[in-house]
Design a protein around this ligand. Structure first.
Ligand code: FAD
Length: 495
């Protein structure tokens, strides 16, 4: 990109969740300052999965001024309080990774230190008993609480979400062009992208191009060869099969992630249906066996044909290269174990908006963007690898492989620090907070050998009072909540 002009013409290639989330945000934020054009091809279609999200999406929707009840009606969304991990440490056992905090942190030490100390003094209540979101999820309850005291996200139909955002983006001036991109034209002098050329030779010129073409990565890789870091040696699953079924019971406010002999399965309850899928490593499980496993375990009537997806876990080396930014699957992919893909889309969009300066776009902005986006991806990668590495499962070749694989040094450090001291530190605005790491590490069977001495300072009665009052507060609040299904029906029917 030349250093002398604003990207006035922003061209988005692709209209999946990534494309329309980008268009909606750019059109609303930049309005007439920039002309936003989106090209998509109905003939090619979208990936058709991506239903479970994490709390920052609530903020994204609020930033865009979206009415929540309207959004939930349009996307058939339910509320989500976390993920239930089943069979991950050992078959037959489960733990919950909830949103929000557990207990009450002291400035010097997280709540886990007090809980660990309590355990030594004979307090046997599980860690999760002190978490509002977890107990509400277990009870199948939900309500909005004052001061956002209940942390939540959504389980939604991402196709409907893209449609909802499309209406918004078009109302805000986004120009949508239906067509198939046949080639990407580069500027002979600068090497930047000059235009997208559609079948039939229509040419769409632009200043800044956002690649939302999914796994195809037509611009960032096809034209600009940004490179890809392959992470399959840390996250070996490479395949998924998704299927939608009719609902057979009221929706629960959480996603299920159920480990099997060579990967895991998801269950995501929406208002009108349930999303199901199996994720697996094709070196250890054949496609037919994975499909059979999925079809045998789903409940309800099958609403679509199974959707088989192959993927290569990793990250585009340069997420922003020249005048092109990769957003969504074109920027890389990690399996949906912690529902982080839509979040990465959102992070990229907010960064693009933040880094669009009044004058020229500098290489420093580009470098900063790449550094921040890549750091996000590495941190998420580490968190996902934790689920596979820290396990007592040795029952199949897949799990034996995971238990013996080498892991990133950053994760090794985090695990060993926690094991020795019970401490977790959040660096560089990391997505997953201390409580997330603590829940998953303990759930996967990592038990700290010590804890912060500040917890020992409390006298027996003080600790008993602290733990007792926190539990009491959680159970009193949960008792007063309505059922999640009733609340969703009322909330979505209300406005
Ligand atoms: P796509 O949906 O593939 O969209 C690509 C767009 O580019 C389409 O509009 C297509 O028509 C267009 N296009 C491509 N080539 C051309 C061309 N030549 N000309 C014109 N247009 C073109 N994320 C979560 O956050 N939570 C989840 O629970 C979750 N589950 C997932 C499960 C699986 C198995 C997979 C694979 C992904 C999951 N994801 C999840 C990720 C999520 O699906 C994606 O991040 C999200 O859908 C964004 O996809 P996209 O828009 O980048 O790509």
């Amino acid at each position: 990109m030349t250093a002398s002009h604003l990207p006035r013409r922003i061209v988005i290639a692709g209209g999946g969740t990534a494309g329309w989330m980008t268009a909606a945000a750019l059109a609303r934020t930049l309005g007439p300052v920039a002309e936003v054009t989106l090209v998509e091809s109905e003939q090619i279609g979208t990936i058709g999965v991506g239903e479970s999200t994490i709390p920052p999406l609530v903020t994204y929707n609020r930033l865009l001024g979206i009415n929540e009840a309207e959004f939930m009606r349009a996307t058939q969304a339910t509320f989500k309080l976390g993920i239930n991990f089943e069979n991950w440490r050992v078959p037959g056992e489960n733990y919950f990774h909830s949103f929000g905090g557990t207990g009450k942190d002291h400035w010097s030490a997280g709540f886990q230190h007090f809980w660990l100390n309590g355990r030594e003094r004979g307090h046997t209540a599980p860690y999760g008993e002190y978490c509002l979101e977890l107990k509400a999820a277990e009870a199948g309850k939900f309500a909005h609480l004052p001061d956002d005291r209940m942390n939540y996200a959504y389980q939604l139909d991402s196709g409907l979400y893209a449609k909802f955002l499309r209406a918004m983006a078009e109302a805000d001036g986004t120009i949508r062009i239906e067509g198939k991109i046949a080639r990407v034209e580069l500027d002979g002098e600068t090497g930047d992208i000059a235009a997208l050329v559609l079948e039939g030779d229509r040419r769409i010129a632009g200043d800044l191009f956002i690649d939302c073409t999914g796994f195809r990565a037509l611009l960032i890789e096809g034209a600009l060869r940004a490179g890809y870091d392959d992470w399959t040696h840390w996250l070996p699953c490479d395949s998924a099969i998704a299927i939608q079924t009719s609902s057979v019971r009221p929706p629960v406010p959480y996603t299920r992630a159920i480990a099997h002999e060579a990967g895991w399965q998801w269950r995501i309850p929406l208002q009108h249906r349930q999303g199901n899928g199996v994720v697996y490593c094709s070196d250890y499980l054949a496609h037919e066996a994975a499909l059979k496993k999925l079809l045998l375990t789903v409940e309800g009537e099958k609403l679509v044909k199974p959707n088989h997806i192959r993927f290569r876990t990793g990250a585009r080396r340069k997420q922003w290269h020249r005048n092109c930014v990769a957003v969504g699957l074109s920027g890389g992919f990690m399996e949906p174990l912690e529902s982080t893909s839509i979040h990465l889309i959102q992070r990229a969009i907010l960064r693009i908006v933040r880094m669009l300066p009044a004058g020229a776009i500098s290489q420093r902005d580009i470098d900063e963007f790449n550094d921040q986006q890549f750091t996000d991806m590495e941190q998420i990668r580490d968190f996902l690898v934790l689920h596979y590495k820290a396990t007592d499962r040795r029952d199949t070749p897949f799990w034996r492989h995971c238990a013996s694989m080498e892991i990133p040094a950053s994760l090794e450090h985090k695990i060993e620090l926690f094991r020795e001291t019970g401490r977790v530190f959040r660096k560089n605005e990391e997505l997953f907070a201390e409580n997330s790491w603590v829940q998953v590490m303990m759930g996967q069977g990592i038990n700290p050998q010590s804890h912060h001495p500040v917890a020992a300072k409390l006298r027996d009665e003080e600790l008993k009072h602290l733990l007792g009052s926190l539990r009491e507060q959680v159970s009193r609040t949960v008792a007063a909540l309505p059922s999640h299904g009733d609340y969703v029906a009322r909330y979505c029917g209300a406005e």
